[in-house]
Design a protein around this ligand. Structure first.
Ligand code: 13P
Length: 257
């Protein structure tokens, strides 16, 4: 087994407060015997459930994240949620640039960059998601797209801010009900590009430390093979993790427990 492995789920626009409370409690209970020296576990539930999820979490077992964040502390930004509001309720992590925010809600690399800087400056663990569309893959420009998303998304991030930066590679064509999971070889190839880009930006020592997670139709069949790839440091899971027992089973399969 590798160093620490990362496991997380984004529950998207699913689960009410009651559902999220039950999910967080069950997940903590089912996984409490697994050493947190071996795993980092996180859940990113919907906004209205964040306060409850944060209150319920055992900090030794679980991190709770927000699915999005505004990049100013306050102001005339109707519908946005500020870093101070998320800190106030004890949120650990901010996800930035999920493909559904980029492609359904029209967010740009420039906006993701402002959020990354703001989240890191407010001491949140910051999970920047990158990934190419099916069309970009067809054109053979996946690697270029990933490098652009990283270069723009991380613009202005300095070595001193890196402690809490994580990256997720989530190819758009692999995500959700119509998604096809990436093969482990393809995911590995892109993870290598991401690692090289991070090393180019931040130098070898710092660039090698940033965890790179894979997401997109991870399930009980492909989780173990993906996790065995040298450059995959974690799995970021949607549908297959929304039942706590299934998520727990995936974690144990990967750890060989
Ligand atoms: P699925 O695992 O359901 O494809 O979703 C992945 C995802 O979007 C995680 O953020």
């Amino acid at each position: 087994m590798k160093k620490k492995f990362y496991f997380g789920t984004n529950t998207k626009m699913y689960k009410t407060i009651k559902d999220t409370r039950a999910f967080v409690s069950e997940l903590q209970e089912l996984t409490k015997d697994i050493s947190r020296d071996d795993i980092t576990l996180f859940v990113i539930p919907s906004y209205t459930t964040l306060k409850d999820a944060n209150e319920l979490k055992n900090e030794d077992l679980l991190m709770i994240g927000a699915q999005n964040m505004g990049w100013e502390e306050q102001g005339q930004f109707t519908g946005e949620i500020s870093p101070l509001m998320l800190q106030e309720i004890g949120t650990d992590l901010i996800m930035v640039g999920h493909s559904e925010r980029r492609h359904v809600l029209g967010e740009t690399d420039e906006q993701e960059n402002k959020k990354v800087i703001c989240a890191l400056n407010h001491n949140f663990t910051t999970l920047l998601c990158v990934g190419e569309t099916e069309e970009q893959k067809e054109y053979g420009i996946s690697e270029e797209i990933i490098r652009i998303q990283l270069k723009k998304g991380l613009y202005g991030v300095t070595k001193e801010m890196l402690d809490k930066l994580w990256i997720a590679y989530e190819p758009v064509w692999a995500i959700g009900v119509n998604g096809k999971p990436a093969t482990k070889e393809y995911a590995e190839q892109i993870h290598i590009v991401i690692r090289e880009t991070l090393v180019e930006f931040f130098g070898e020592e710092a660039g090698e430390q940033i965890p790179i997670l894979y997401g997109g139709s991870v399930n009980r069949e492909n989780a173990v093979p993906l996790s065995r790839m040298e450059h995959i440091d974690g799995l970021f899971i949607g549908r297959s993790a929304w039942q706590a027992d299934n998520f727990n089973a995936i974690i144990r399969d990967v750890l060989g427990l």
